[in-house]
Each structure stands twice: as structure tokens, then as C-alpha cells.
Design a protein around this ligand. Structure first.
Ligand code: GLC
Length: 677
């Protein structure tokens, strides 16, 4: 910690230091009519601060726009006694104004550079809009597709999650220059293991499972130099994470040596009362401060009770000083102490947001992340097609960019309809076909859609979930496609067999019925601002699918939790694919154990052959990969290992390395891996 921030701290009264640990909304400081001070005592009534205190707050969250940042910061500085600039944070999860594919999709590209580049571009757009910190990457390992937040994760594998975490932190933070922002890894820890996939629900697991599967990606972010970490809403081992000393103090601070800022999640400090872990706000403040949480987001237990706790000797002023110093250190690192407005720039922000370069990356990212789940040979479609019927509730909408769309706007997102028209002009005709609501029974639009399908050479059918059916708090007990969408598909297949389904969702769906009936399925996930152009290019062969799934697709919800890196059990079924029921083995009466699509799966428009696999004693592995098809394409070569005679059980197979190779038709390459023991 520099001498400079030690001096700043020395000049602060105890009250100012305590209020510096408080986070409120940025809107609190706007002088414009719709947002003013009462914001934090109005809708966010959990925060009890009066006019004097609010201008000693250290950080704020949520803000969109350079002008609003300038207004808020200048009003804050004008009224603040200490004039230590605000540090403004926002959820820039997969893009700011230009939205990239959701993180579950980008992970499926198995392209570290892509993950880094989209973070870099998002950081530039966000920094020019006045943001200094993003609440990302979210690296929670996930195994339950009912959970709405799987869309912002990287999936079910610890190694891949760690690789994506590292690349994303490096992308956001870079050299902490003016176009970089600090990253905040979240949600520590194991938020993705919420029982039944129900958000905020109980998490309970052995320390071994926690350390083998759930912790590695947070550690990868810490090792990559992440500046901040957010604790999770859930409990681990019966203790809420924000007040969990074993997690935050023993593991994060002492074992991993993390000395960055720790922030609570939204209102989570006070929620310890609801959990039953704290009797009141005072005890909640005590538990969170003792565990090592520096910033309290959107509740004010610290502001209201830390001074009392210090006077009672339960908390020391030194503990508060350490938290203030961590925050001041980050502000200094970001250059905020010298430049309160940091990188904000109204004109440059307008020029950079949605720029051709950013849109190009968004389109390329969506093309690289999409997963071809099924293809009976109908794809790619020919651009010489005479007429295309574009049908479905997700065909003509910009709401295909995921639920963390903060600065993004649906009207700026390319729909599939626009994308197809860009490619094929007026050969494309559109009919909605049905509603997007998962409980809709409305078939009134079927006839119009079937008439269009009957009179078209082929059909592109856009099905799936609305973007708000996943994301925070948006969990589903049923992850099937809505019945009305299946009915529409059946009706269309009666009049035209040339149907391809473009699937949009923020989670794996249990689409065994779709797999049985649709000739082809291209999973676009939630592809972001350029989703429609990417979808059109992939369907008509201007781009070749290369994405893989990073979270298992179950045949049915009843198989969940289902994930690839599982143990064998003492009575494994010989063939997981085996439809036959084999009593007294680990299986189901009514369904095979195998998923519909496994982790690492994804088809291409070409084919690849592996040969000459060799490994020497030093663990150097090499193999040959050949493109045996007629088109160029990318293959993700994945290295899995199984440990023989382990001291404690290991999964049947574990991903330990991957490389993505591009090969022209007929060409070969040698891929090597070094398997460090
Ligand atoms: C939310 C989320 C967290 C987000 C924070 C600020 O509740 O859990 O991921 O960063 O609040 O928006």
C-alpha cells in the first residue's frame, strides 16, 4: 500500500472510513430529475444513510452512459468532504453496449483468445462510459440446467472454467490502462451448486468436492491477478459465504494470498439475518467484517453498526483500516485518485460502442460459439435456394442477447430475420408461428406459418427460450421446449421436410423430442448483438460451426444432475448408452444413463480423423488430426485423462488440455500436449 493512501487514510475520521465501505447505486448522485438522493432511501430502502453520510460512500454500482457518469461524479465530488472519487462498478458480463454471446456460449468456442478479446472490447466500451470495475467473470461451476445463471458460467469443467476465467480477467484488466477495467471474480463460492437449480438455494457439499470442482476457477482468477472478488448469496457448510471465515479468511486470504477487495453481493450482508446466521444487522456486520468482506453492497449494516462494534472491542479499527486501504489501493491502481473521471469520454464512447470492429467480433464470436447439435445432411443450406420460410417466436426479435444486457439494446441487435435478409434479400418471408411464452397454448398463427412453409423451398424455424427465461432469479423446473413449439414443428414438417431448427436459450434444454424429429438443430445459445448475421452465415455455410457444449444436455430433467466428470460407482452400467435396463446397476428403469449430448460435443460441416496418438514417459503427447471432409473447419482437440489406482477416487475422465485447430479440406496437422503431472 502506497504512502499516499496511508496519508489519505490518516486524514479520515472513523465515520468516514466506515462509510467508505458502503456501496450504493450511482443513480443516488445524479442531479437529473429522475434520480436523486432519495433513490437509496426509496426503492433501495435497505440502505439507511443520510445526506451527510452518502457523500462519504466509497463506491457505487450501476450506471449506463458517459454523461450520467460525469453528472454523478461531479455532484458527488462537489458535496463530498474528502473528495475521494467514487469507484463506479457495473455488471459487464458479456459486453457493455455491444453484446457478445453469453459466457456459456463463448466457453464452448474453446477459444481463450476469443474470451480475452471480447472482455477487452467490453472493457473499452465500459471505461469510456465511466465504469472502473465490472462484476465479472462469473466462474461458478454448474451441473443443473434448471438454474437460470448457467448462462453466465463457463459450464461443468473445472479446467475449462479456469482457462476462461484467466483469459477474461486478462482481457478486462490488461495492463490496467485507461481502456481497461478491474475485474471481480464471482460468486465465491459454489453458487452454481444451489439445490434443485433454484436460485439462492442451499449449497451443501464435501470440502473435497468444493476444492476439486468448485474452487479451481476462482483460484485461476486470483492467480491471474483479479482485483476484486464477490462473495455468494448461498451458504457453504451451513455458513453464508459473506460471513464465512473458512472460505474468505482461511482459503482466500491466507491460503491463496488474495489481498484484493472483497465485496458482498447485493444486500447479502443483511440477508444473513434472513438466513438465520445473524440475529440482527449488528451481528451481520460483525460476521462479515470478521470474515474479511471489505465493501457492503446495498445494505448498510457496516454504516449503522461498525462504530458500535469497535467501541465494544468486537471489531478493531485496524480491520476497518485494512478494508479502506484495499479500496483506496484499487482506486489508485485505476488512476482514479488523480483522474476522478478516469477514461470517460462522451464522443469517443459514441464512436467505439457498436463500432464495426466490435460488431465484427460479436458476429465472429457468435459463429464460433454456436453448436451444431444435429445434422441429417440438410445443412449447410444453399444460398441458391429459391425461397426461405423463416418461422418461430425467436425469428424476428432482437431479444436474443441474454439477460445480462445492461448497456445493450434489443433494437440494436440483428435478428435472424434481418440476418437472413442481409444474406438472401427478399427470398426470405417471415411468419411468427407461435408465442414465446412457455405456457402459451395459442395455435392461432399456425395456419399462416404452415401456408408459408408449404410454399417455400426450406424452413428456418427459430425455437427456444426467451432471454429472460434464464439469468439471475430465472430458474425453471421444466427445461423442455414448450408444447406449443413442438406442435408448430410437427405441423410444419407435415407440409415441408426441409426444416432446420435454430435454437436460442441460455441453458441446456431437455430436447430429446426435438432431436428425434428435427432434421437439423443449430444451438445459437443467446448470441448477442450480431446473433442474426451469425445464424444466417452458419446456416448457409459462410461460417462453419465449431462450438462444443460445456454443459451436458440431459435427455430429460430426471437425469439431472448429469455431468461428464463423474465417478464410476461400484456398479456401473457397462454401456452408458445402453437402452436396456440392467437391474442392480447404477441406472434408470426408463432411460439410458447417457445424456442427449455430452460435454465437449458439437458437429461440423466437415469431418476429422485422429491418428498416430503417442505419449512418451515425460508425458509429451502428440497425435495427428486430418480434415477428411470437403470443407475447411475447426476442430477442438480435447485431452482427457483417467488416473489409475488413485489414492482417492477420481472421475472416469477429466479434461486436462485442449487445442483448437483450423484445417483446410484434406489437410493434416500434428497436435501436441504436455501433460504436467
Ligand atoms: C446481483 C448478482 C451479482 C451482481 C450484483 C450487482 O444480485 O448476484 O452477480 O453482480 O447483484 O448487480
Amino acid at each position: 500500500m502506497s504512502k499516499r493512501i496511508q496519508e489519505i487514510l490518516a486524514n479520515m475520521s472513523l465515520k468516514q472510513k466506515i462509510y467508505h465501505l458502503q456501496q450504493v447505486t450511482t443513480a443516488t448522485y445524479l442531479t437529473t430529475k429522475e434520480s436523486r438522493f432519495e433513490i437509496i432511501t426509496g426503492p433501495n430502502s435497505a440502505v439507511k444513510l443520510d445526506k451527510e453520510m452518502v457523500f462519504d460512500v466509497g463506491t457505487s454500482l450501476n450506471l449506463v452512459g458517459a454523461e450520467t457518469m460525469i453528472d454523478a461524479e461531479s455532484n458527488y465530488l462537489k458535496n463530498s468532504k474528502y473528495k475521494i472519487p467514487l469507484m463506479i462498478m457495473q455488471d459487464v458480463i458479456h459486453g457493455h453496449r455491444t453484446l457478445y454471446p453469453i459466457n456459456l456460449a463463448v466457453a464452448g468456442s474453446f477459444d481463450r483468445d476469443l474470451a480475452k478479446e471480447v472482455a477487452q472490447m467490453a472493457a473499452k466500451e465500459a471505461s469510456l462510459d465511466g465504469m472502473s470495475v465490472t462484476f465479472a467473470p462469473m466462474v461458478d461451476l454448474v451441473r443443473d440446467p434448471r438454474w437460470g445463471r448457467v448462462m453466465e458460467s463457463s459450464g461443468e469443467d473445472p479446467y475449462l472454467n479456469g482457462e476462461m476465467a484467466k483469459a477474461t480477467v486478462e482481457g478486462y484488466q490488461g495492463d490496467m490502462g485507461p481502456y481497461n477495467i478491474a475485474a471481480c471474480v464471482k460468486h465465491f463460492a459454489a453458487y452454481g451448486a444451489a439445490e434443485a437449480g433454484r436460485d439462492y438455494n442451499t449449497v451443501d457439499m464435501s470440502e473435497r468436492t468444493l476444492r476439486e470442482y468448485y474452487l479451481p476457477a476462482y483460484k485461476a482468477a486470483v492467480d491471474a491477478g483479479v482485483k476484486m472478488l464477490m462473495t455468494a448469496f448461498n451458504i457453504v457448510d451451513g455458513v453464508p459465504c459473506v460471513g464465512n471465515e473458512h472460505l474468505v479468511k482461511d482459503i482466500l486470504r491466507d491460503e491463496w494470498g488474495f489481498d484484493g477487495v472483497v465485496i458482498s453481493d447485493y444486500g447479502a450482508v443483511e440477508e444473513m439475518i434472513v438466513h438465520g446466521a445473524a440475529e440482527n444487522k449488528k451481528e451481520a456486520a460483525y460476521l462479515a467484517m470478521k470474515a474479511g468482506c471489505d465493501i457492503e453492497m446495498m445494505s448498510s449494516c457496516y454504516a449503522e453498526y461498525l462504530e458500535e462494534l469497535i467501541n465494544e472491542g468486537k471489531i478493531t479499527e485496524e480491520m476497518v483500516d485494512k478494508s479502506v486501504l484495499r479500496i483506496l489501493d484499487l482506486k489508485e491502481d485505476l488512476g482514479i485518485l488523480d483522474k476522478p473521471y478516469r477514461s470517460v469520454n462522451v464522443e469517443e464512447s459514441k464512436a467505439v460502442q457498436l463500432s464495426p470492429e466490435h460488431r465484427e467480433k460479436a458476429r465472429r464470436g457468435a459463429e464460433e460459439s454456436a453448436v451444431l447439435l444435429k445434422n441429417d445432411g440438410i445443412l449447410p443450406l444453399s444460398k441458391n435456394v429459391s425461397s426461405v420460410a423463416l418461422i418461430g417466436p425467436l425469428a424476428n426479435t432482437g431479444e436474443i442477447h441474454g439477460s445480462w444486457h445492461c448497456g445493450g439494446k434489443a433494437e440494436e441487435t440483428i435478428s435472424v430475420y434481418e440476418g437472413l435478409k442481409n444474406l438472401l434479400g427478399d427470398k426470405v418471408k417471415y411468419a411468427q408461428g407461435c408465442q414465446i411464452e412457455y405456457d402459451s397454448c395459442d395455435t392461432s398463427l399456425f395456419d399462416e406459418a404452415c401456408e408459408l412453409a408449404k410454399n417455400s423451398e426450406c424452413v428456418v424455424l427459430c425455437l427456444g427460450d426467451h432471454q429472460e427465461y434464464s439469468g439471475e432469479g430465472n430458474c425453471r423446473a421444466n427445461i423442455e421446449l414448450p408444447e406449443v413449439q413442438y406442435k408448430l414443428l410437427d405441423r410444419i414438417l407435415e407440409v415441408n421436410k426441409n426444416v432446420v431448427v435454430a435454437l436460442f436459450a441460455g441453458r441446456p434444454l431437455a430436447i430429446q423430442r426435438l432431436d428425434k424429429t428435427a432434421p437439423a438443430i443449430l444451438d445459437m445459445w443467446m448470441p448477442g448483438t450480431e446473433g442474426g448475421n451469425a445464424c444466417a452465415n452458419l446456416l448457409f455455410g459462410d461460417a462453419i460451426p465449431s462450438g462444443k457444449i460445456t454443459m451436458t444436455f440431459p435427455r430429460a430433467l430426471g437425469q439431472c444432475p448429469i455431468y461428464y466428470n463423474h465417478y464410476t460407482t461400484g456398479r456401473p452400467k457397462k454401456e452408458e448408452d445402453d437402452e436396456k435396463f440392467v437391474r442392480f446397476t447404477s441406472c434408470f428403469l426408463d432411460m439410458p444413463n447417457s445424456p442427449l449430448y455430452p460435454f465437449g460435443y458439437g458437429l461440423s460441416y466437415t469431418s476429422f480423423e485422429y491418428s498416430k496418438l503417442k505419449m512418451d514417459k515425460a508425458g509429451n503427447i502428440r497425435l495427428n488430426v486430418k480434415n477428411t471432409g470437403k470443407r475447411s473447419g475447426c476442430e477442438v482437440v480435447q485431452l482427457y485423462v483417467q488416473e489409475n489406482n488413485p489414492t482417492v477416487l477420481r472421475p472416469k475422465k477429466e479434461l486436462k488440455a485442449f487445442k483448437k485447430v483450423h484445417l483446410e479440406a484434406g489437410k493434416s496437422t500434428t497436435v501436441t500436449f504436455e501433460l504436467n503431472h
